[in-house]
Design a binder for this molecule. Structure first.
Ligand code: PLP
Length: 490
């Protein structure tokens, strides 16, 4: 019996006025389509005014607000100040554009709202299907296991975890890294993405255990230097467990000699992990496939679909050749999650056995729909188009005496700087840093930056399905104009 003073009126969170919510939903979709179709004409980026920031910093709401007015808040305070990556001239970091169907798929995924940790439901088969396709499109081992994750960082962490556990030589899950008789070491090029160091740190190996090997003029790992480091470490009693090869480095898109790395791993019985966050997808374009030669010999591969497959955030993938080792690295089944043989708690694969997350979203749906929508050959053509655009931009840069290219263009990344005769590297660093900010503030484009041998470089990374050649013409024209103005000020 309930005490008399308890209010038994029950509530839910569905709309009180379904028709109004439906109308709002339709308006949101209509607005989205208008935004997509007009994206080229909107400012790519603009500074966020203080009053907007103030409205995004208010106390916790206790009282309800109508969905219509919340949407107005979004239109006024969020939509107007985007990162810019749906725009054709966004080439910062390595960030994808998204596609309309990908976005709609996200909405449907949220509507179905499955928990992708496990169970017997169709969404789990969709994820399995996407993983099968991922293996096929990269030409990877058909028996491999896989997991969709939030992105490249997580994909690397999952791969490195399996590597550590598989190569430790004892039950590291039970005994921990401290029980290792020898310090475990990992090898990669100096150009590797920071997520690999973060992964090594999180696995308790310590960043000192990550050996950064020098690179050659093409920014590929120097294999002889790697061999030397391995020999020295072994002589000093270390236990090399993993080599991380790069298929497309973040700075310049360089590819290591993956076959050479695979040979060393086979000879030394070391795990071979490839970070192919975006570069792995060069496998989709027949002309670019030679770049990833050797990648399919990896024990694990990490890559993303929110970068060079242009899907909305977040979606990455880890593939692991040895399914059992992958499973053994993560599986942990408390009583309440015991997998049943029939009913809703059955299911062939529980993805929670293959990664860190128990509760997981249905990110597979956007991949399933997008790959069906375009067919994998179209992705190959889009990737090749971006690579050709990088070459086109490199040619524009090379043809402009005031611009200096800073690195070879191995793939889709062009690094360059504005130069002024007689100016020191230090002064040029400052000038180019300011130039990049002005390029952003004048809403010309959004490239990002890096440092190559201590020199500041404006970095254009093209993983944008909306860019066209005229965007690069405009970009170079405006960069020269802003650069000249800055040089005159200096
Ligand atoms: C080569 C490489 N690896 C890993 C990552 C990390 O991927 P994410 O940002 O999806 O975590 C990136 C991101 O740019 C990358 O370029």
């Amino acid at each position: 019996m309930l005490p008399h003073d308890i209010d038994t009126a029950e509530e839910g969170l569905d709309p009180q006025d379904w028709d109004a919510m439906r109308a709002l939903g339709h308006k949101m979709l209509d607005d989205l389509f208008d935004q997509w179709r007009g994206v080229r004409d909107r400012p790519i980026w603009q500074p966020i005014p203080d009053d907007v920031k103030a409205r995004l910093h208010v106390p916790l709401p206790h009282e309800p607000q109508s969905p219509e007015s919340i949407y107005e808040d979004y239109l006024r305070d969020v939509l107007q100040y985007p990162m810019g990556n749906t725009h054709p001239r966004f080439w910062g970091w390595v960030i994808g554009t998204g596609t309309p169907l990908g976005v709609l798929a996200e909405m449907l995924a949220a509507g179905l709202n499955p928990n992708m940790g496990g169970g017997e439901h169709a969404a789990a088969y969709v994820e399995s299907q996407v993983i099968e396709w991922c293996k096929e499109m990269l030409g990877y081992a058909p028996d491999a296991s896989g997991l969709l994750v939030s992105g490249g960082s997580m994909a690397n962490l999952v791969g490195l975890t399996v590597a550590r556990n598989a190569m430790a030589g004892y039950n590291i899950r039970a005994e921990g890294v401290g029980a290792s008789a020898h310090k475990m070491t990992v090898y990669t090029s100096r150009e590797v993405h920071s997520s690999v160091q973060r992964g090594v740190e999180m696995l308790g190996l310590g960043s000192d255990a990550l050996r950064y090997i020098p690179v050659n003029e093409k920014l590929q790992i120097v294999v002889e230097a790697l061999e030397e480091a391995l020999a020295q470490d072994k002589a000093a009693g270390m236990k090399p467990i993993c080599i991380v090869g790069n298929a497309g480095t973040v700075n310049t898109g360089a590819f290591d000699d993956l076959n050479a790395l695979a040979d060393i791993c086979a000879r030394e019985n070391i795990w071979f992990h490839v970070d192919g966050a975006f570069g792995a997808l060069a496998a989709l374009a027949p002309e670019l496939r030679p770049l990833v030669d050797g990648m399919t010999r990896a024990d694990s591969i990490a890559f993303d679909m929110h970068k060079w497959m242009y899907m909305p955030y977040e979606i990455g993938c880890t593939l692991v050749r040895d399914r059992k080792r992958h499973y053994d690295a993560f599986t942990l089944t408390p009583d309440y999650l015991t997998h049943a043989v029939r009913g809703a708690a059955a299911g062939e694969i529980w993805f929670s056995d293959y990664g860190i997350q128990l509760s997981r979203g249905f990110r597979a749906l956007k991949a399933w729909m997008s790959i069906k929508e375009h067919g994998i050959d179209k992705y190959g053509r889009m990737i090749r188009q971006n690579v050709e655009q990088a070459q086109y931009l490199a040619d524009l840069v090379d043809a402009a005496p005031e611009l200096e290219r800073m690195a070879p263009v191995s793939l889709n990344i062009v690094c360059f700087r504005y130069r002024v005769d007689g100016m020191s590297d230090e002064a040029l660093n400052a000038l180019n840093e300011e130039l990049l900010i002005r390029i952003h503030e004048h809403a010309v484009a959004v490239p990002s930056y890096t440092r190559l041998n201590g020199r500041y470089a404006i970095r254009v990374a093209i993983s944008n399905q909306r860019s066209r050649r005229e965007d690069f013409d405009l970009f170079v024209r405006e960069t020269l104009r802003l650069g000249r103005a800055l040089a005159a000020e200096n």
